[in-house]
Design a protein around this ligand. Structure first.
Ligand code: MG
Length: 302
């Protein structure tokens, strides 16, 4: 004989009591109801706790646990689908996989009528758009007066945070959070159906990062993988973030005197070695994410 305790919402308890109507037994003291089925004895309390005892409690438990998960995700999907076709906020970042250059993050607020206009403009996942087109599109987005916020985490600050124990994930989470905050502040009191974040880590991990800085996730936030394919706001944010990254890379190339490469390939390792030979290793702190394995790999070319 085994027993299990699970907690349910008051609505769910009401539903359960109805469901077990024909199996109701005498209530023990303090219980909301007790039901005796061929599989288990089920005792529910006002606290929401429900005790499943007997020969096969799992048969009864599964009716409620599985069902509630399915219902929850169905409700969430339905909400998210509504958000994607309504006025909403979206955020994305760029530069996290590139050895050279900053991390940039953007959030935008788009209204329902702007969704079609942006689609017609050709706004989509920035990874699918060529660099020169990205710069053109970002100009057009600005001309449309789409409210947005853009943050650039420059290399020196990035490296400092990284040395102090921040993971890149935490940096991304805080960047997303701040650009979203800025956009909400800029656009209040205009309403939005929800916030869509292009998911780069599990929602719980994101929440943990924010909590470690005494910040909390806004209500109506949705995390979505490949969100730039589904949310025009996220796609727009991805274009703004990418355009900013490209401009920053151009500026860094000019100021450093090297044509800095994007990405983190072997070619990057060779370039790092050249830069170290010319300027010393400390110089990398100003132009690169020095904790990347590339820094180590460049040693073999020195
Ligand atoms: Mg992204």
């Amino acid at each position: 004989m085994s027993q299990n305790v699970h907690t349910f919402t008051p609505d769910k308890l009401t539903l359960m009591k109805k469901y077990y109507h024909d199996f109701l037994d005498n209530n023990p003291k303090g219980a909301l109801f007790r039901a005796r089925t061929p599989h288990a004895v089920i005792t529910a309390y006002n606290s929401g706790k429900v005790l499943f005892q007997g020969a096969n409690p799992d048969i009864e438990i599964n009716k409620w646990i599985k069902q509630s998960n399915v219902e929850d995700s169905a409700i969430q999907n339905e909400n998210l689908n509504k958000v994607l076709v309504s006025s909403h906020i979206g955020s994305d970042e760029s530069g996290t996989g590139d050895y050279f250059g900053p991390v940039t993050a953007a959030a935008v607020y788009i209204t329902k009528p702007q969704i079609d206009a942006l689609k017609k403009l050709g706004i989509q996942d920035s990874k699918l758009i060529k660099d020169d087109v990205i710069l053109l599109l970002s100009k057009k987005i600005v001309e449309m007066k789409i409210p947005y916020s853009l943050l650039v985490l420059h290399n020196e600050k990035y490296n400092q945070l990284q040395r102090s124990g921040w993971s890149q994930g935490k940096m991304k989470a805080m960047l997303h959070h701040h650009v979203i905050n800025n956009v909400i502040q800029k656009t209040t009191p205009q309403s939005y159906a929800g916030i869509v974040i292009d998911q780069f880590c599990l929602p719980n991990v994101y929440k943990k990062y924010l909590a470690s800085e005494n910040e909390y996730v806004h209500p109506k936030t949705h995390f979505m993988t490949k969100a730039e394919h589904h949310s025009v706001a996220v796609a727009t944010a991805s274009v703004i973030a990418r355009a900013s990254f490209l401009k920053e890379m151009d500026a860094l190339s000019s100021s450093s005197g090297y044509t800095l490469l994007k990405g983190a390939s072997n070619k990057v390792d060779h370039l790092i070695a050249k830069i170290i030979q010319d300027n010393g290793k400390a110089y990398l702190d100003k132009i690169a994410k020095v904790h990347f394995a590339n820094t180590e790999k460049a040693n073999k070319f020195l």
